[in-house]
Design a protein around this ligand. Sequence first.
Ligand SMILES: O=c1ccn([C@H]2C[C@H](O)[C@@H](COP(=O)(O)OP(=O)(O)OP(=O)(O)O)O2)c(=O)[nH]1
Length: 172
Amino acid sequence: MILTGNEITKEFYSGKIKFSQFDMVKIGTNSYDLCLGSELIFYQDDILDVKKENKYKIIEIPDEGIVIPKHSFCLGSSSIKLGSDFYVPIIHGKSTTARMGLFVHITADLIDIGFYGTTTFQLHNLLPIKLYKGMPIAQVSFWKPKGDIVLYDGKYQGAETPLTSKVYKDFR
Ligand SMILES: O=c1ccn([C@H]2C[C@H](O)[C@@H](COP(=O)(O)OP(=O)(O)OP(=O)(O)O)O2)c(=O)[nH]1
């Protein structure tokens, strides 16, 4: 069962949904808008090795925005932290930016119950696009789970910035 916007607001005030900053303007019919944080991460290696921590470059998005060449891949994050110990958050694109060829995740849209942090967006753009920090870029919905809840305690817990893949930790 998906929560309506009114229910998301209610559960924010009850404490069952956590946002580090809350703004009613960002409530939609059944989602909450997420804005882009100030950093982007670009991998530097030509080939990414899943067994290693790959090299990357962090770029601060200037106030005047940043042009991303088409077919780029980079990581960004939500400007706020979010999470819930009671509902399953799922990240979605926004139709408005999807209409410009922008993906905000590459197949991984599920936030674990118990995660709290900034969500990392896996940004992929089909066309050249100019992005600005603070722009609405994604939305999160909240789903009622069925069954016993086990809270997330994984490698991305507590994220404060975009985080690169830590898949190499799974090989140790
Ligand atoms: O688009 C996404 C998807 C997930 N996450 C965060 C929240 C989620 O709880 C955590 C782990 O996601 P997932 O379980 O899909 O990744 P994993 O590769 O299985 O990592 P872990 O072993 O930590 O579960 O990463 C994001 O920041 N952005």
